[in-house]
Design a protein around this ligand. Structure first.
Ligand code: ZLS
Ligand code: CA
Ligand code: ZN
Length: 393
């Protein structure tokens, strides 16, 4: 008996499609859709499905994808076939259209289905929010923030977040987009660059020459032309290696509360990329499951309609921990769940430590050096505060 109950009048919906998880980017590729299976199995093992409305989401239709993406791109995406022999990308192959078929965005079996399922779950989540049927809607299979209107980028082909936010904008005047993936949320920022109805905020590792995608500097805040409504509506929080829970939460809470105060969003879309966790195969931060989850808790406390998206996350056992803890926060049982993983959890040995909250030492051996001096963090807060003087609801 898990003791997890559903609080009266508070609705959380969970949107996923088990077919999505069966797709493969290739053996060496860091993006493993199987992490969704591992996450779900841990969420179910804790008994959380009894406190949520669970939906098997449908695939998004071509028309729904075309709300954001160009039809040229969608038509190509729907017809290209996987390459029997991987081709040399650096060899300037003229067939590399829409940035498809390289090593970051390979062509694989069922690619179009995978993309439309990811977008379908995000869109279903947005529709439950718009219909007032969910207070929080969860789509861990979404969060693919790099995809552009007519281009794949950084493991992302279809920007499910943009499609979901466009749906929210049909019902809500203003949407706040927050991105805690270790990478810059460039695709979402770009899509809403020229509107004052969406404010985008990304926290990320920033190193223009050595870390993907290289954009998202502190003073990249939207169109430079003051006449453009989107001016000042992009917030960027560029960070360095090794940031800790305490520092991250201080930044997150300070920045997000000031934004909510000024921008007065009517809904929040939170991308919960788990590659900002310590021990991630591609990440550089020292965040623990607790610190990552604290961002979700903070957003929930804003008492606004909330969508939680997945995103990056390349060490599946840690992705599963974070998204399980964050699901527990959504339904409000975070103080009741046990630190020891349920005995009957499938693939329990995949988790190495048998706890939901392993210590930094257990995750990393030796923690990554923290290259975020307090002075720099204060400069970031000051810059964002200055920027917000130009923003009004
Ligand atoms: O935000 O850094 C790059 C681009 C390259 C370097 C890597 N080579 C392969 C291609 C050219 C400049 N790409 C990043 C993309 C990161 C996307 C993050 C997505 C998200 O989390 C949201 C879902 C990158 N970093 C690491 C790799 N690519 C990468 C590492 C290892 C491999 C294996 C498969 C492929 C080639 C060998 C690959 C990519
Ligand atoms: Ca980010
Ligand atoms: Zn990422």
């Amino acid at each position: 008996e898990s003791g997890i109950t559903r609080p009266k009048g508070y609705n959380v919906s969970f949107h996923c499609n088990p077919e999505m998880e069966k797709h493969h980017f290739g053996v060496t590729h860091p993006m493993k859709p199987w992490r969704l299976t591992l996450s779900k199995s841990l969420i179910y093992s804790y008994g959380m499905s009894f406190a949520m409305n669970n939906y098997v989401s449908r695939a998004a239709t071509y028309e729904e994808l075309a709300d954001f993406h160009s039809t040229d791109y969608l038509d190509f995406l729907g017809t290209v076939l996987p390459e029997p022999v991987p081709r040399d990308v650096e060899n300037q192959n003229p067939d590399l259209r829409f940035n498809l078929g390289g090593s970051d965005c390979p062509l694989f079996e069922g690619l179009y289905d995978y993309c439309s399922m990811s977008a379908g779950s995000a869109l279903d989540a947005a529709r439950k929010i718009c219909a007032n049927q969910s207070d929080i809607a969860i789509a861990w299979g979404g969060g693919l923030h790099h995809a552009k209107k007519a281009e794949a980028s950084g493991f992302c082909y279809i920007n499910d977040i943009v499609i979901a936010i466009l749906e929210l904008l049909r019902h809500y005047p203003r949407v706040l987009y927050i991105d805690i993936d270790v990478h810059h949320g460039d695709g979402v920022e770009e899509a809403f660059f020229s509107t004052d109805r969406v404010m985008t905020v990304s926290f990320h590792k920033y190193d223009p020459n050595n870390f993907f995608p290289g954009t998202g500097a502190l003073d990249d805040n939207g169109p430079k032309n003051e006449q453009n409504p989107g001016a000042h509506h992009a917030v960027n929080v560029p960070l360095n290696d090794g940031i800790t829970d305490e520092q991250y939460d201080m930044l997150f809470n300070t920045i997000i509360s000031r934004i909510v105060e000024k921008f007065r969003p009517s809904a929040i879309a939170l991308q919960c990329g788990a590659d900002s966790l310590a021990g991630d195969r591609l990440g550089r931060f020292n965040l623990q499951v607790q610190g990552h989850g604290a961002c979700v808790e903070f957003c929930k406390r804003m008492n606004l309609p909330l969508i939680l998206f997945g995103g990056g996350g390349y060490t599946p056992r840690n992705v599963a921990r974070a998204w399980t803890y964050e699901t527990s926060i959504a339904i409000g049982c975070q103080d009741k769940i046990s630190d020891v993983l349920p005995q009957h959890t499938p693939w329990r040995d995949q988790f190495r430590q048998e706890t939901l909250f392993p210590t930094l030492e257990q995750i990393l051996g030796e923690p990554r050096q923290n290259k975020n001096p307090p002075k720099r963090l204060q400069d970031i807060v000051n810059h964002v505060s200055e920027q917000l003087r130009f923003v009004q609801a």
